[in-house]
Design a protein. Structure first.
Length: 534
């Protein structure tokens, strides 16, 4: 009997321990488990209202078990509208309640559409209100993306020189989801509670805020009505903005210490798992916090804007075409500037070498060029000794062979087509028995990169069908793809290639095309001219 009592006593102790643990953990969500996602983040919403996107929130407790059903999540959005848009009456619109640790709400495209007013000067071809310079270099007179994105305003401060100040990005809507719960901690001893020595700075939370400019810093609490002595507004203008002045923290449930101000992280653990000993030592408190995640929805435009670009050293090999005795033909190439490339028959008195086309060229230019976005460049050297080569925008290419005959023997009495080492010339009869092989100085192929975005430098809508093709020359590359989910601030790109035809198609001019068809059926096209000899 005494053995049974001892066993029952041990069992009571175990049950008591389990009960204590259940009471301590409580099932409240913690922040490192808090997740928000969207079925689509680049929505065709710049010109279209009423587009619905499901937004899902997932929560778990410290042990990564799903939180109890009915746990509330509150949401708000910088742009568009968000809530439980299920078509049912009297649904609590600004929050959702979990089932199995998850809940779903809808974001709808409508006004406001952040920073899309013309005053901000933030479209691709707009002039930056601070610098007076164009945001992105034009592509032969048309808007085109900056290769590394627009110069953003989110790092602007009052000390930023005007010639370095960026613009706020347009048509990007931040969504903030919050829920009441615990900060996370590292349970080093595995006892299920927070003890001294288990604090992790990266888990420490400030008060939650809507991060409109995506820089991770609270930039709100700005008086937009303030004026200077001349009656001009001081803040929240195109020349003073950093895109974050309108950021708000949610004082109705986020202002934990009731001071009406946003507060940074406090340097201790906050949550119900705070042990008595750690609390007494000032290392934690049992106050709940507001868990949070920000998510960026892009209100994508339906029209594509782009540029075809090639490196300046594309024709580097043409710099070294020589005669048989080693004299350089001085054909040039794309060197210091991105100017149109054409080969005219040189004057032998100045170049030292005479040559002539076997047949007159059909087209004026080998390449039609202009300088590209100056930030676009490629390293032809090493990391330790870089050699940077910039790019040129390209409008057309001529793939004709452009065969020439060179005065190899520097003797005007010998025909150019019959003065080479492999040629045979009967000087008495004045007949060329075996002709010189001509030298082709044309371009046999070109592989430009095509960079594209919408008018604000944002991605095109998810689901946009992209096709590439050429009706002249031999095309190679990815023929089609479908644009996926992305809220990147950089343009997308596709590399295409067109080369001289193996079998002539009897056309002397055509187009290398990139065509975009959005989910709404809006079509836009960019093209580059491809010329050849037919």
């Amino acid at each position: 009997m005494s053995e049974w009592k001892s066993w029952l006593s041990d069992l009571d102790s175990q049950i008591s321990s389990v009960s204590d643990l259940l009471t301590i953990t409580s099932g409240l969500p913690d922040n490192d488990s808090f997740t928000i996602s969207a079925e689509k983040v680049n929505v065709e919403a710049l010109e279209h209202n009423g587009e619905l996107v499901n937004i899902s929130v997932f929560m778990a407790d410290h042990f990564n078990n799903p939180v109890p059903d009915g746990t509330s999540v509150h949401l708000r959005a910088e742009g568009g509208a968000i809530g439980s848009m299920d078509g049912e009456e009297f649904t609590p619109l600004q929050q959702c309640e979990t089932v199995d640790g998850a809940c779903v709400v809808q974001w709808r495209s409508q006004n406001p559409k952040p920073y899309t007013e013309s005053v901000w000067g933030n479209k691709l071809s707009d002039l930056n209100p601070n610098t007076g310079e164009r945001n992105c270099d034009l592509y032969f007179g048309n808007p085109a993306p900056c290769i590394y994105g627009l110069n953003r305003a989110n790092d602007n401060t009052s000390n930023t020189p005007s010639d370095e100040r960026g613009v706020p990005l347009g048509a990007r809507a931040t969504i903030l989801a919050t829920a009441v719960g615990n900060e996370s901690f590292i349970d080093r001893n595995g006892n299920g509670v927070f003890d001294e020595g288990e604090f992790y700075p990266l888990y420490d939370l400030s008060e939650a805020f809507l991060d409109n400019n995506e820089n991770g810093v609270f930039d709100g609490d700005v008086d937009c009505s303030e004026k200077d002595a001349n009656g001009n507004y001081v803040n929240c203008t195109a020349t003073t903005t950093n895109g974050g002045e309108l950021e708000e923290f949610l004082a109705n449930f986020d202002d934990s210490n009731d001071n009406g101000k946003w507060d940074p992280a406090d340097g201790i653990y906050n949550g119900t798992s705070c042990s008595e000993a750690a609390e007494a030592a000032g290392k934690c408190n049992r106050s709940l916090v507001h868990l949070r995640r920000n998510l960026e929805i892009v209100m994508s435009g339906s029209s594509a804007f782009g540029r075809f670009a090639i490196p300046k050293d594309t024709l580097a090999s043409h710099l070294n075409f020589t005669t048989e005795d080693g004299r350089n033909l001085n054909l040039g190439g794309i060197v210091a500037t991105c100017q149109n490339v054409r080969y005219l028959q040189p004057n032998s008195s100045t170049s030292g070498v005479a040559w002539a086309y076997e047949e007159d060229p059909l087209h004026d230019f080998l390449l039609e060029l202009e300088p590209s976005d100056p930030s676009l460049r490629v390293n032809r050297g090493t990391d330790d000794a870089p050699i940077w080569v910039e790019y040129c925008d390209v409008k057309s290419v001529d793939l004709s062979p452009r065969r020439i005959q060179v005065d190899d023997d520097n003797n005007a009495d010998t025909p150019m087509e019959c003065d080479g080492a492999n040629a045979t010339y009967d000087a008495t009869a004045g007949v060329c028995m075996v002709r010189d092989l001509p030298l082709s100085i044309g371009i046999s192929g070109l592989a430009p990169i095509f960079y594209y975005s919408d008018i604000y430098g944002n991605p095109l809508p998810a689901g946009t069908q992209i096709t590439t093709e050429s009706d002249n020359g031999d095309f190679s590359g990815t023929n089609s793809k479908v644009l996926q989910n992305t809220n990147s601030t950089l343009p997308d790109k596709v590399t295409v290639s067109v080369s001289r035809e193996g079998t002539p198609n009897k056309k002397t001019s055509g187009l290398l095309k990139v065509t975009f068809v959005t989910p709404k059926g809006v079509t836009s096209e960019a093209h580059m001219t491809v010329n050849d000899a037919g």
